[in-house]
Write a protein that binds this ligand. Structure first.
Ligand code: SF4
Length: 341
């Protein structure tokens, strides 16, 4: 909504900037979008909360891989590098509150891994700031702190109270409780170090599994494709998958892994998540301010100002017996809203 309001207030001055050559826009935008931390925190544009977690069918723990005979898309490297440069100064919520940053520095490695998994379980359908707050609640309010044993011993109502602000908190409370028991019984109190083991846990899917392996075990065996990575990859024309089900996300993951070099598999998630939080928004992407709008097939730029003239004829003035000498003309600018698609 903030983005829409901002757009509707675009002034003539702003639009004159938009009409400048793309190279000029590109030159200027890094400074334009050098968000401060406070701005970033107040600009949580993630709209995943409206989405619904579908009841899962019995989970398969097989993760399929395939190759892409079509090869990598043209210009992907240029696009990627421009976005990467842009994101170095265009900070986003994920940069300070992403899941890999939420475990405590003072805990042992095993507990740190458990906290990372927990933060990822909380993060689905939830903004980063809300996930971070819930993690702080767990770390400070569970007697003894956020460890596997303490979660097992913890009263379920207290657990729920700590995470009640995250999406699907009731179900996640059950998942966290059940997962803790499984980890204790089957994994010696640690988290699994395989994708099969991770996605066998309640509430953990492939995206979460790959991110957990990267953040907790430093294992890079797959791309964590979330809604942002999925949406942006499609808009850039890198993959062609709709986004109606978890299966579509998995297809996008397979399609990307088929050509994206492995060294990018870990960094693409926070890179695109942040890009999706501040620029390539789910609704109303800010294409005019986007550093790759000249390379993106989905770019929608405001190039014209539509004008509408609303005339109030002199008749109205005559009826009111007021000023009869002037025809009142009101000109209204209706700005083509780049944020409305
Ligand atoms: S041009 Fe628009 S749709 Fe394309 S990546 Fe940039 S913000 Fe997203």
């Amino acid at each position: 909504m903030a983005g829409r309001r901002q757009s509707s207030r675009l002034s003539k001055q702003t639009l004159s900037t938009v009409s400048e050559p793309k190279s000029k826009i590109k030159r200027d935008l890094l400074s334009t979008y050098a968000y401060s931390d406070n701005q970033v925190h107040s600009a949580s544009h993630v709209s995943e909360s409206s989405q619904v977690i579908k009841h899962a069918r019995p989970k398969s723990t097989k993760v399929s891989k395939s190759t892409n005979p079509a090869g990598p898309p043209n210009d992907w490297k240029s696009v990627y590098e421009v976005i990467k440069e842009y994101r170095k100064i265009a900070l986003a919520p994920v940069d300070t509150m992403g899941c890999e940053r939420l475990s405590e520095e003072t805990v042992d490695e095993k507990t740190s891994r458990y906290q990372t998994l927990t933060s990822l379980m909380l993060s689905s359908q939830t903004k980063d700031a809300i996930t971070a707050a819930a993690m702080r609640n767990l770390q400070s309010q569970i007697p003894g702190g956020l460890t596997l044993d303490n979660v097992i011993a913890c009263d379920k109502d207290l657990l729920h109270e700590c995470i009640k602000s995250v999406g699907f908190h009731t179900r996640k409370t059950d998942y966290i409780k059940a997962t803790a028991a499984i980890l204790k019984e089957k994994y010696n109190g640690d988290i699994p170090d395989t994708i099969e083991g991770l996605i066998s846990l309640p509430g953990v899917g492939p995206k979460m599994g790959y991110l957990t392996l990267q953040c907790a075990w430093n294992k890079n065996i797959g791309i964590g494709v979330d809604v942002h990575v999925h949406r942006i990859s499609n808009r850039l024309g890198w993959v062609k998958t709709v986004n109606g089900s978890p299966e579509d996300t998995r297809k996008a993951c397979i399609a990307l892994e088929a050509w994206l070099p492995k060294e990018y598999w870990k960094e693409i998630n926070p890179l695109f998540v942040g890009f999706g939080q501040i620029t390539c928004l789910p609704r109303g992407p800010r294409c005019n301010a986007c550093p790759v709008n000249d390379l993106c097939p989905s770019a929608k730029l405001t190039s014209t100002i539509k004008k509408r003239r609303l005339s109030i004829t002199v008749q109205e003035a005559l009826d009111n017996k007021s000023d009869t000498s002037k025809k009142v003309v009101k000109e209204e600018e209706v700005i083509a809203d780049p944020l409305s698609w």
